[in-house]
Design a protein around this ligand. Sequence first.
Ligand SMILES: NC(=O)c1ccc[n+]([C@@H]2O[C@H](COP(=O)([O-])OP(=O)(O)OC[C@H]3O[C@@H](n4cnc5c(N)ncnc54)[C@H](O)[C@@H]3O)[C@@H](O)[C@H]2O)c1
Length: 326
Amino acid sequence: MNTALITGGLGFIGSNIVKQLIEKKIVNKCIILDSYTGYVNPLKKNYADFRKLRFSSFKKIIVERGDAKDFSLVFKILKRYKPEYIFHTAAVPLAKIDNLNAKEAKDGSIDTTTNILESVNFLKGTFKKYDLKRFIYFSSSMVYGDFKKKQASEEDTLKPKEVYGSMKLAGEIVTKGLCGFYNIPYTIIRPSAVYGPTDMNNRVTQIFINKAFKGETINIQGKNEKLDFTFVEDLANGAIKAGINKNGINQTFNITTGKGETLLKFVKILKKHFKNLNYKITRRDSFRPKRGTLSITKAKKLIKYKPNFSLEKGIDKYINFLKSLR
Ligand SMILES: NC(=O)c1ccc[n+]([C@@H]2O[C@H](COP(=O)([O-])OP(=O)(O)OC[C@H]3O[C@@H](n4cnc5c(N)ncnc54)[C@H](O)[C@@H]3O)[C@@H](O)[C@H]2O)c1
């Protein structure tokens, strides 16, 4: 029986990975290890907890609540379920929070990764038959720092300029080093500006859409600020392809739409749905790297990844989801 362990599986990206793994019958069972952490003040007006919606229809999941840094817990889960794939999405996922809490950022990216890989190695040592087919580490486009070229590609120099990107990169290094030493096949995924139904971390796309629903003015920080917005289903699909395909072994992939778009373009698409929407443009956050398009040529070639959602189509699906809750 094929089993996958998804750390952070109650989260926005992790839950979409679980959904597709089960629906596409890639595995029979998903084990979720999640600390059930929230990053947005739940007492804030209009706070919506989408976590129960993420899994309401699934039967083939087991949820273990706890911390991916906890050796005895992770080892117990590995020993019991012997997953063939580990999708490691658990981390403090917001640059704004990580940049204020370097220790938590390190715990999330470095310590969890080290702990899981050491636990896998320990299990391989005790149960010779145990075979982890792949460890899939979720990094970020923030590892590039300011994009120097029209498109950031996997072999570009990595120069993160803040805490979040630095820790994400450190997690990549730990992944490569420990997997090499312990002989564990790995894949590294670099997503960017992921958006879509059930996001609840108050990232820019969610803030814009919520403001549009409330008829409030949107504040666009940076006229030319570009992001490679990626619909969450595309990311989950690409990460799974990379994680299960032999061509993905010991490789790093940008998994995005492959097209940088301005925040202004995002708002203009929203305006088609909300005719009276107003916006103003202010200065960009200086700590943020100047980003844009990530090249997905490698993913297209090696794992036949093809994004299905244009920004228009993704925003449409996201808005319909939010409307269905009203
Ligand atoms: N959303 C994006 O735009 C984006 C872009 C690039 C990279 N990423 C990366 O993707 C991953 C998932 O992000 P997300 O948007 O789904 O965030 P999320 O907050 O929705 O999900 C993260 C989940 O991990 C859990 N978690 C955190 N620390 C844990 C720990 N130590 N042990 C166990 N569980 C823990 C949380 O409880 C949460 O459910 C993160 O590693 C993030 O850095 C996200």
